[in-house]
Design a protein around this ligand. Sequence first.
Ligand SMILES: [Fe+2]
Length: 218
Amino acid sequence: MGQILPLLEQYLPKSRVAHSLRVAETARQLALLQPCDSATSKFLPEKAYSAGLLHDIAKAMSPQKLCDAGIAKHPWYASTYIRYPAVWHAFAGPCMSEQLLGPQDAEISRAIRYHTTGTGNMSPLDSILYIADYIEPGRPFADRAVLADIFQNDVLHELSFGDKLGLAIAIIVTSGIIGLTKQQKAIHPLTLRCYNAHSNGMTGASLHYWKTHVSRYY
Ligand SMILES: [Fe+2]
């Protein structure tokens, strides 16, 4: 962990380092809410914190800057940068982390890869990082408090922790797609996959929460 902060300070502006620290702490707090029912959940808060710290490591980079820094190309890196410039850093992040820090935990690398687009089948760590990036206290999003409430105030006590993660992802991906369409920006296929897996077909308490607490924002 002590190795990561100096790297963040080297490659990111101060405001982005501060964001990364807030995401790390938010992710750790979310992970602590996971019921301790498996061996893997024991390490989740620690992994969530590390993933939060590292998730935006490539945010200030470009394909050219990566090359200049001697960091290996990824096969789809140039075309993704051109078509989906806001997404690219998520795919470049694991590659940059490995280059700078050596082999990385596969679950953390995967969570970083999907932290911007989401995807169809998200692990608890993928989900926690994706949500923490949106609800960390420095974010200005109007629906941020409603999302945090899903976890903080037990307004959805009948839902499992996994169901709450799924509901939060559905809200975030829907908000993201609406924002992209308003700006006539391309939607990455993984974002659509995330939407189809989490928003489409919502039922029960999740759907009720959506209608009563969330839909007014869109
Ligand atoms: Fe971020």
